[in-house]
Structure formats: structure tokens, C-alpha cells
Design a protein around this ligand. Structure first.
Ligand code: FEO
Length: 403
């Protein structure tokens, strides 16, 4: 059988990562398109490996590297991030490349030692890197940029000065499995990058803004951004940096997002009527049933929606389990500058709306207007109320999009 092949992305620089075609859940983030873990090999007078792959794919990565050089000859292993989708194969590579220096940020070093204490970490020859530190590979120079909280405290990026390539690790990634390696070879790459941002980087938007400023201050010119997930940005890479700035600032569209679940269709009727009110008022509306749509895409829809309506039926005196789960997921990602409207139906006893209000209040999110609940089924007057509320939410969205 043919060995897995590396891909040359520039002279002497190779993609040696793996594609995870069957990835459907990335630590709770739904990934219907699969994913990849990118590692890169730079062959100069010295040889550097930038990041590794999940432990279960070690062998495949090593086979790719072996098509180019003997992995024992690697001089530097750069670990931009501790999380195991990138560091999982470090023990395997450090076992082979016994003379390699392992470069990580200060927090990266301590994190790696905590992860791999029993896998040889004490014998690894660490070098700690700070922003601006450089190493020479011969004709080429690697410079390190600490990217704290993009998205972990240890996160770091590596810039290849002469080739103007930024190895950005998690930042600017997308979760897609594809045989293509570049942004200009795939469709919907900006949407995939937005889904990724909404589910991974959204809570760190403040740090993203500072990071974009820092990259400008460093004055580095970037011809290519090679992230640790998805395809490489080579067609105007500034566009993804600009998009990160936009997403981090939370720029709002004239849009209302209606999220709900339903047991006997009552909450669904309310959701549809609210959506119709929004539409009648001339504002875009998106509707997401929580058991019929992936939550990662729902978070992407939420990112530019200034107004969110969330509906839940009452089950056993509580909100429906998917709504409770989604609220935990969403409040953890902490989207900023949103206004919420809560609605739902109940039978013999209520509880869903109260439960949702408690969650929204404890996250210190703002309510757009008073919540609405109906008993058993929404009748004509309830549905009219839902439609009127939809119109009101649309007006709020118009105002928010202006500000
Ligand atoms: Fe791709 Fe934070 O791991």
C-alpha cells in the first residue's frame, strides 16, 4: 500500500498533518464536515517540525515525515499549544528525535510537563520562547509570538520570516476534512472559519482585538497563514485577520435568531409566529430547532444576531434538556452585546421560562422584553402576541445594528 504523502506548501516547507475524516464531535463541538490536525516540516540546514497531531494519528504523521527526512534528524520541535490534538504525538516524535530541542511558551512548557509527566517529559530538552525570540534554521529564521488566550494561556504562534508564513496554531482554523490544502481550493471557507471562531474563540474576543493590534505593531508581512486545523490561507490572508477583528468587535446585522425545542409543538408554534413577526417587520430571521440542527452552526448564526429568542417547553418542572444544555454551552462562550427574549409552553406546572431567566440573569445577559409563557397550547390571542413580540424584536435588532 502507498505511504501517506506529505504536501509541499513552499520550497522546503511541507504539510505533514492528518485529515480526520470521521471527526463529528470535537470535545463537544459538532463537526459535521470532519477535521484535520496540521503539522508542518521545514527543511533547512536545521530541520524543524511545527506542532504534531492527535496521538492516535502519530504513525500517519511519522510516515509523512519519513517521505522527506529521517525523523531522527529533526533539530527543533515547536509546540505552539499544549492541547492534545496538537501535542498528542510529541512523546512519539521526542522518542525518535532524541537530540531535538522542544520549543514552547513558558506556560506551554509547564502544561506539556503536566500532560506528559509519565511519557518522558523530564528528558525533553526544552527551550522557552517569548514574543520576538528567534532561532535560525540556516537560511531561514523562526520568530515566536505569544498568543495568550487564543485560545489557551499557553498558545503561541511561529512566524517564518523569510517565507512570510505565520503558523498560527488554533487561530484562523476551520474544522473541515478535505483533500485540499489551500483556501482558494475550497468553498465556504469563510463560513467554516466563522463557525470555528464562534465555538472556539468567541469568549476571547477581547484578546483577539489585542492580538490583531500586536501583529500590526510587530510589522510582519504575511503571505500565508498556516493554521493547525483546516486549510491554509494563501489568497489574501489579510481577509481572515480582518474577519477576526470584525467577529471580535461583535458587529451586528439586522437579524433575529429564534432557538427552540418542543415536545408537542406548542413552543414550536410560538417560535414560528415570532419568526413571522420579525419577517413582517423587514428583518432577517433564522430559526434553529435544537435537536434538528448542529449547535456549532447555531453559535455561528448567533454571532451576528443582536437579538436572540429562546423557547423551551416545560418538562418535569424544568426547561427541556436540550435548552438547558444549549444555555450552558452558549453562556460559556459568552457572546457580547445581545438581547434575549424567552418564551415557552407548559402543562400542569411551569418552570422552563423561570429556569431560562435564571440562567440568563446569572450570566448577566440582558433581556429584550418580558418573557412569555402559554399553558398547553397557544391560541389565536397568544399567537398574535408572539407575532407582535417578533415585530418588537425586529425593531430592537434594527436599533442594535445601527449602534
Ligand atoms: Fe486545536 Fe486548542 O486545540
Amino acid at each position: 500500500m502507498d505511504e501517506p504523502q506529505p504536501l509541499k506548501i513552499a520550497e522546503g516547507i511541507y504539510w505533514v498533518g492528518v485529515v480526520d475524516w470521521n471527526l463529528r464531535d470535537f470535545h463537544g463541538y459538532e463537526t459535521p464536515k470532519g477535521g484535520s490536525y496540521n503539522a508542518y516540516l521545514i527543511v533547512d540546514e536545521k530541520i524543524a517540525l511545527i506542532d504534531t497531531v492527535k496521538a492516535s494519528f502519530s504513525e500517519e504523521m511519522l510516515k509523512r515525515i519519513s517521505q522527506i527526512i529521517d525523523p531522527a534528524k529533526i533539530d527543533y520541535v515547536i509546540s505552539n499549544h499544549v492541547e492534545m490534538d496538537h501535542s498528542g504525538s510529541l512523546p512519539a516524535i521526542m522518542d525518535i528525535a532524541t537530540n531535538a530541542t522542544l520549543i514552547a511558551s513558558s506556560k506551554g512548557k509547564s502544561g506539556l510537563c503536566e500532560h506528559y509527566r509519565e511519557m518522558g517529559c523530564d528528558n525533553w530538552n526544552f527551550q522557552v520562547a517569548k514574543t520576538g525570540d528567534e532561532i535560525s534554521l540556516g537560511k531561514r529564521t523562526l520568530m515566536f509570538i505569544e498568543a495568550t488566550m487564543l485560545h489557551w494561556p499557553d498558545s503561541m504562534q511561529t512566524y517564518l520570516r523569510e517565507d512570510k508564513i505565520l503558523f498560527s496554531n488554533d487561530a484562523f482554523g476551520q474544522h473541515i476534512a478535505t483533500s485540499k490544502r489551500f483556501d482558494d481550493e475550497v468553498e465556504d471557507v469563510m463560513e467554516d472559519a466563522a463557525i470555528y471562531y464562534a465555538n472556539i474563540l468567541l469568549p476571547f474576543s477581547g484578546q483577539v482585538i489585542k492580538y490583531v493590534e500586536k501583529v500590526k505593531e510587530l510589522g510582519i508581512s504575511i503571505d500565508m497563514i498556516a493554521p493547525a486545523h483546516g486549510v491554509i490561507w494563501r489568497r489574501d490572508p489579510a481577509r481572515i485577520i480582518e474577519a477576526y477583528g470584525r467577529w471580535a468587535r461583535g458587529e451586528a446585522a439586522q437579524k433575529v435568531l429564534v432557538i427552540y425545542d418542543t415536545m408537542w409543538g406548542s413552543t414550536e408554534k410560538m417560535a414560528m409566529e415570532i419568526a413571522e413577526g420579525v419577517r413582517e417587520a423587514g428583518v432577517e430571521v433564522r430559526v434553529r430547532h435544537l435537536r434538528k440542527n448542529d449547535w456549532s452552526m447555531t453559535m455561528k448564526e448567533l454571532m451576528d444576531s443582536p437579538v436572540i429568542a429562546i423557547g423551551s417547553p416545560t418538562m418535569n418542572n424544568k426547561m427541556f434538556y436540550t435548552v438547558a444544555g444549549f444555555l450552558t454551552y452558549m453562556t460559556g462562550l459568552h457572546p457580547k452585546n445581545k438581547k434575549y427574549f424567552l418564551f415557552g409552553s407548559y402543562g400542569w406546572g411551569g418552570g422552563a421560562v423561570k429556569g431560562m431567566e435564571k440562567e440568563i440573569e446569572s450570566a448577566r445577559f440582558e433581556l429584550a422584553t418580558e418573557s412569555l409563557q402559554v399553558k398547553f397550547r397557544p391560541f389565536e390571542d397568544d399567537l398574535k402576541q408572539c407575532r407582535d413580540i417578533g415585530k418588537r424584536l425586529a425593531e430592537i435588532a434594527k436599533e442594535e445594528a445601527k449602534s
